[in-house]
Ligand binder design. Structure first.
Ligand code: FAD
Length: 337
């Protein structure tokens, strides 16, 4: 139901950057509310590539994205942030020391400062223009993210697209799915050359069927149960491919969503911040992670983590105006039990 919460810092977005900001705020004794439009925390890591290993997290030579999120959750557990999941922040009013956020569910959060950690904003897949699509999406016969490879064991899988996701998933499902057809409009793939070469090799061994140059034309089945995918070549000649599951990988549509109307300055769909404080152009509203831009910004998780530390230190005087902040290491402070 509707909630009314009060906190020091409201964090919009529970991806890796928002989660670690809870830790940095917590170490400075500031309470947080975490709000995310998705039903679970982890942002892109949880929603888009939970089973992929990430290789550039410091001190983790390789860690699966879902494992990274599980460990972040463990790290912030001592600070027990309040959570509002499955709620999108629609409005942000007020000024430094007294902000009010409202969600699409009607929740109200009163906060002294705000951290925008909205990542790619309200992201969603680019959907193919096929008749009857929603019924197949509802049953999972058409999926845009593979959450668990095992769920596709023994299935006839059709993959559409020519980028990294299409190639990576064709390779990852090889040997798990009963059959794999890859549909692409062009012979050339926009994927890492090494992966594209692996795909060619798997196709040459007869493990993966390449359907090129074709594009999606229609879905055949009933009541959300897929039987075949119809594809058309550039002259309009069609062909039927037996299928249980279609995975269209046509990229992500990035939208700022409600953030676009808020008071801070944007630059090409990103929130402008001063990197010395991670503050937006509105005092008291800060930003971390993929959503922000400043000279030298890299859209990497490790940089999002560091930004959380910078933001938390800059927010401290807003929450504790009468307390001088002495820089301290975690090794001397420790964490709450
Ligand atoms: P996100 O993870 O995007 O999370 C933002 C969250 O904010 C989302 O959950 C969204 O629902 C929520 N949100 C947005 N607007 C609202 C709103 N109005 N109200 C409520 N919630 C809202 N990075 C690396 O460093 N190394 C890698 O190897 C790597 N590999 C990648 C592979 C793939 C396939 C992809 C897609 C990305 C990869 N990345 C990698 C990038 C990395 O995932 C991002 O840099 C990271 O997720 C950004 O974290 P974030 O917390 O800023 O945002």
């Amino acid at each position: 139901g509707m909630e009314k919460l009060t906190t020091d810092v409201a964090i919009i977005g529970a991806g890796p950057a928002g989660l670690f900001a809870v830790f940095e705020c917590g170490m400075l004794k500031m309470s947080c509310v975490l709000i995310d439009a998705l039903g679970e925390t982890g942002g892109q890591c949880a929603a888009l590539y939970p089973e992929k290993p990430i290789y550039d997290i410091p001190a983790h030579p390789g860690i699966e994205a879902s494992e990274l999120i599980a460990r972040l959750e463990q790290q912030i557990a001592p600070f027990a942030p309040q959570r509002l999941l499955g709620r999108r922040v629609e409005k942000l009013h007020g000024s430094q020391g007294a902000f009010t956020l409202t969600t699409d569910a009607g929740d109200e959060i009163a906060a002294k400062a705000v951290i925008v950690a909205a990542g790619a904003g309200a992201f969603g897949p680019n959907r193919p223009p096929l008749e009857g699509l929603p019924a197949y999406e509802a049953t999972g016969a058409v999926q845009y993210y593979v959450k668990r490879r095992e769920a596709l064991r023994g299935k006839r899988v059709v993959i559409a697209g020519g980028g990294d996701s299409a190639v990576d998933w064709a390779l990852a499902l090889n040997g798990i799915a009963e059959s794999i057809h890859v549909i692409h409009r062009r012979p050339k793939f926009r994927a890492a050359p090494e992966s594209a070469a692996q795909l060619d090799a798997a196709a040459a061994r007869g493990e993966i069927d390449m359907v090129i140059p074709y594009q999606l034309h229609a879905l055949h089945g009933a009541a959300g149960v897929l039987e075949a995918v119809e594809v058309a070549d550039l002259d309009g000649a069609t062909r039927l491919i037996g299928a249980d599951v279609l995975l269209p990988f046509f990229g992500l549509a990035m939208e700022l969503g409600p953030l676009a109307d808020w008071a801070f300055q944007l630059e090409r769909n990103h929130v402008v911040v001063n990197p010395a404080r991670m503050e937006t152009t509105v005092p008291g509203i800060f930003g971390v992670g993929d959503i922000v831009t400043y000279p030298g910004k890299l859209k990497l998780i490790l940089q999002g983590f560091a930004e959380g530390a910078v933001a938390a230190h800059a927010i401290h005087p807003i929450v504790y105006p009468d307390v001088a902040l002495h820089f301290e290491y975690s090794t001397s402070k420790g964490v709450p039990a």
